[in-house]
Design a binder for this molecule. Structure first.
Ligand SMILES: [Zn+2]
Length: 155
């Protein structure tokens, strides 16, 4: 999943589960904001889904979010972060690579992942892009329906 799908999925999940959207949106890209720069700039990890695409980071960042911004925000954070991991896991069935939820407690044979944005985008299959577009359209429709577009209209 890439940016539009992750943001849309977090928004949809926050509305469906009635958790604060602010926390869900803040967490929606967090795993990628950590893992991709580490992989793409330093190459010290085997791919761009370690370490933040793990249950350890999900729990640790949710705890930190609760400590820094309160319990309600942390509920949204947990949903947004969890949906990110879920979307990447679903996407891994259509593209090369996968997530490693039990890192660092379980040994994996790691996929050698992309080393930059271009190679990362090149990994996406048509099915994956269709799923991305569908999620983005559903997210925009829900956002519009929930009043998100009111600042655009002239009424
Ligand atoms: Zn990701």
């Amino acid at each position: 999943m890439i940016l539009p799908g992750h943001i849309a999925a977090a928004f949809i999940a926050s509305k469906a589960l009635r958790v604060p959207t602010r926390g869900a949106m803040a967490a929606s890209m967090c795993p990628d904001m950590i893992d991709k720069p580490i992989r793409w700039l330093t190459r010290i990890t085997p791919n761009d889904r370690i370490p933040a695409h793990s249950l350890l980071f999900w729990g640790a960042t949710t705890y930190l979010a609760g400590h820094l911004a309160g319990r309600s925000f942390a509920k949204g954070w947990a949903v947004g972060y969890g949906v990110h991991l879920l979307c990447d896991e679903v996407n891994a069935h259509f593209n090369p690579g996968r997530i490693y939820p039990w890192w660092p407690f379980k040994r994996y044979t790691y996929h050698t992942g992309p080393t930059g944005l271009r190679s990362s985008l090149g990994d996406f299959s048509k099915t994956s892009l269709l799923l991305e577009a569908t999620l983005a359209i559903l997210g925009i429709a829900l956002w519009w329906r929930s009043g998100g577009g009111r600042f655009i209209t002239t009424r």
